[in-house]
Design a protein around this ligand. Structure first.
Ligand code: ADP
Length: 499
């Protein structure tokens, strides 16, 4: 399943990442500031102790030199007491003489050892008031030269423990970690709530926008909001209104175009149908004359009355067909049998078929599913295509109308053995007013209207043409639930249709 990256989820993701990153950075900054503060406080405390100790040690060294002190081991006692005092945090103490020899220390093994060979602590301390050296993670050393004015005595090195600070820091870190997690979770929750609140009207607007395609849609929007979303909603409703009037206008124009094209076809058909009416009329007149010549012959009168009746029915059928075709009608979709539509259209062009001695073959599929269609509009489609095919096909040519059900689509194909459509004009033939026929014959509206009607039915129209003929292929979707199947229709020729 593919998760759609919604505005809401994007906002939450971004806010969460920023909150987490922000929390980590702040956490790191606070901890390192606290660590530096702890260490610098420890250093200041240690320095004060080291400086006061250095003064006392210098005095003792001076008194020893002047033999004012007889008692030995004063420095060692002092050092022992200081190291033993846990509050002092002193771990180790060493006093070096000017030759870098240890003269007092808490670690007796180091007595009289020389100091490090490269650079001695004494050398390091010279010229400095003091020197602080972090020797390892948990401790640091302070080096202080012992002197009175310019007279040096040696160097005092004191190592202090940072254990207490480390413990404080790790407790602080734990508290900060919990605090950061708490802040991050609260932040993400707030971001989630804000995202929901902000996205709600946008989501609602998006849902409404998606519904625009639905028939009889009316927007359910609270345009009273005074923020940007309110502006957006009002803009949308406004745009919808304009779109609707544009669509209504387009629909009106399209209907006018369909009607204009229909009337043009009626004109073409009427000249042909006049013969269809004239012939039976002449027959009726002939019958009447014979009846009038021998009115007493009842048998003959009966026979001619029957002939007149069937001639009359023929006229009525043709005239009704033409009137129905010419009638202006809004598109009304209903379950429609395409085979019946094809047959009705063929009746209207019957005269021209006969006149041009065309072989009109119908290959209509049995059990063709009904489609959702407007019979009148669809009839116009087939009349347009048939008239074009008749215009293009020479005498004794063939026109085949085929219907079939394939890949869940109801398909109708109309092929002729006419002159075909040159490749360079094939993409123009559906443009309104494009025609290759003389002004009196073509309007250039037939195929554009045909395409519009087919698309009104959610269908499609394609053309395949070569110099040997042309095939128009119409594809219509089958309604979602098919309850109505067309009557069985079998292959027939035009001569069967009128009956
Ligand atoms: P009209 O028939 O008034 O010219 P249409 O839109 O029906 O307008 O057709 C446009 C053009 O397409 C026609 O002028 C013709 O050149 C071409 N055409 C349409 N159908 C066929 C066909 N079956 N065979 C050859 N050409 C065709």
């Amino acid at each position: 399943m593919q998760i759609r990256p919604t505005l809401e989820s994007k906002f939450i993701m971004l806010a969460s990442v920023l909150i987490l990153l922000g929390s980590i950075v702040v956490n790191h900054w606070v901890i390192s500031t606290y660590r530096n503060q702890l260490i610098s406080e420890a250093e200041i405390r240690a320095l004060l102790l080291a400086q006061s100790t250095a003064i006392s040690f210098t005095n003792i060294l001076l008194y020893e030199e002047l033999d004012l002190v007889t008692e030995g081991g004063l420095l060692d006692n002092y050092i022992r007491d200081l190291v033993a005092d846990t509050l002092s945090r002193v771990q180790e103490m060493t006093v070096y003489d000017l030759d870098n020899r240890v003269i007092a220390t808490n670690d007796y093994q180091r007595y009289f050892q020389r100091n490090s060979p490269e650079q001695t602590d004494t050398e390091l301390a010279v010229g400095n008031d003091h020197l602080i050296r972090h020797i390892e993670h948990n401790s640091f050393e302070i080096l202080i030269p012992l002197h009175i004015s310019t007279r040096p005595f040696g160097t005092l090195v004191m190592q202090f423990s940072l254990q207490a600070e480390r413990s404080k820091l790790s407790a602080f870190k734990n508290r900060m970690f919990l605090l950061t997690i708490g802040i991050a979770i609260t932040g993400i929750l707030i971001a989630f709530l804000v995202a929901r609140t902000l996205a709600k009207p946008i989501k609602h607007l998006a849902t409404e926008m998606r519904k625009v395609q639905e028939p009889r849609y009316t927007p359910k929007l609270d345009s009273k909001r005074r923020d940007e979303i309110g502006d957006l909603e009002r803009g949308f409703v406004d745009m919808l209104g304009r779109l609707k009037s544009a669509a209504d206008e387009k629909e009106r124009q399209q209907q006018a175009l369909i009607q204009a094209e229909k009337l043009a076809s009626v004109g073409t058909l009427a000249s042909g149908l006049a013969h269809e009416i004239n012939n039976p009329l002449a027959g009726i007149r002939n019958c009447l004359r014979r009846i009038m010549a021998r009115p007493q012959d009842l048998e003959q009168t009966q026979k001619y009355a029957q002939l007149m009746d069937s001639a009359w029915l023929r006229i009525e059928k043709v005239v009704r067909g033409l009137l129905d075709f010419a009638k202006k009608k809004e598109l009304v979709l209903q379950r429609t049998d395409l085979n019946q539509i094809v047959k009705a259209a063929c009746v209207l062009v019957d005269y021209r078929v006969k006149n041009q001695k065309i072989m009109l073959k119908l290959q209509l599929a049995q059990d063709l599913p009904a489609i959702d269609g407007d019979p009148q509009h669809l009839e116009q489609v087939f009349v347009n295509l048939l008239l074009n095919a008749l215009d293009a096909t020479p005498e004794r040519g063939t026109i085949i109308v085929k219907t079939k059900f394939q890949h869940d689509k109801v398909i109708a194909e109309l092929s002729d053995t006419g002159k075909g459509i040159p490749t360079d004009i094939q993409r123009k033939i559906f443009d309104p007013f494009f025609t290759t026929k003389p002004v009196s014959k073509g309007t250039g509206l037939g195929l554009s209207v045909t395409k519009a009607i087919v698309e009104e039915h959610q269908g499609s129209i394609d053309v395949l043409s070569s110099p040997d003929g042309t095939t128009f292929r119409l594809c219509f979707p089958r309604p979602a639930t098919v309850s109505n199947y067309s009557r069985k229709a079998s292959e027939a020729t035009i001569t069967d249709l009128g009956d």
